[in-house]
Write a protein of this length. Structure first.
Lengths: 110, 115
């Protein structure tokens, strides 16, 4: 049973607009959440993270929001740029275990 | 060379072959991981090594055998694989300094095809 879910396999956004990628999880023991970005033929690249004691973390154009009561995580990209087109994975960590979602493919249209 | 490197990038093998995947990290990290990514599935954590000791083995078949000779190198030895083992195998490392935050850095992966 998947403990981390990304229910939208793909998302298209116009350049300059906001991209919102969503992630849901089931395990309340997760204490650290991460977003990774993956280009074809490359490994995932760490993007941004958030600890379970926070509800928001911002880094430039990227902001991650955590709603623990809803077990929901989202990544906001503002403004979106064509170079942001990639597959985005959310991940959750507890102890030695890391759980990943299936990814959302973001396309930013120029 | 920086970051996490993996060799080979592509591997085609028969079911009776024996091969090894290699991972090397140049980040001074003390934890290393093997993941399997199959099509349309999430990344599956296979093995975790911390300070060269295996700390997790997530019910992985014995035809996959990891080896961590030191904190910079990680191998995945493969023998008598099945076609369903065809996937992208990713290596990652992390600093594992304690506390609850531990960010992993990934290599580019080895695309494995089992015929």
């Amino acid at each position: 049973d998947q403990q981390v879910k990304q229910n939208s396999p793909s998302l298209s956004v116009q350049e300059g607009r906001i991209s919102i990628l969503n992630c849901d999880y089931t395990n309340s023991m997760f204490d650290y959440f991460l977003w990774y970005k993956k280009y074809p033929a490359e490994g995932p690249t760490f993007l941004i993270s958030i600890s379970s004691i926070k509800d928001k973390n911002e880094d430039g154009r990227f902001t991650v929001f955590l709603n623990k009561s809803a077990k929901h995580l989202s990544l906001h990209i503002v403004p979106s740029q064509p170079g942001d087109s990639a597959v985005y994975f959310c991940a959750a960590n507890t102890g030695n275990q890391f759980y990943f979602g299936t990814g959302t493919s973001l396309t930013v249209i120029p | 060379e920086t970051g996490v490197t993996q060799t080979p990038r592509h591997l085609v093998m028969g079911m009776t072959n024996k091969k090894s995947l290699k991972c090397e990290q140049h980040l001074g990290h003390n934890a290393m991981y093997w993941y399997k990514q199959s099509a349309k599935k999430p990344l599956e954590l296979m093995f975790v090594y911390s300070l060269e000791e295996r700390v997790e083995n997530n019910s992985v078949p014995s035809r996959f055998s990891p080896e961590c000779p030191n904190s910079s190198h990680l191998f995945l030895h493969l023998h008598t694989l099945q076609p369903e083992d065809s996937a992208l195998y990713l290596c990652a490392s992390s600093a594992r300094q304690g506390g609850i935050t531990d960010t992993q850095y990934f290599g580019p992966g080895t695309r494995l095809t089992v015929l």
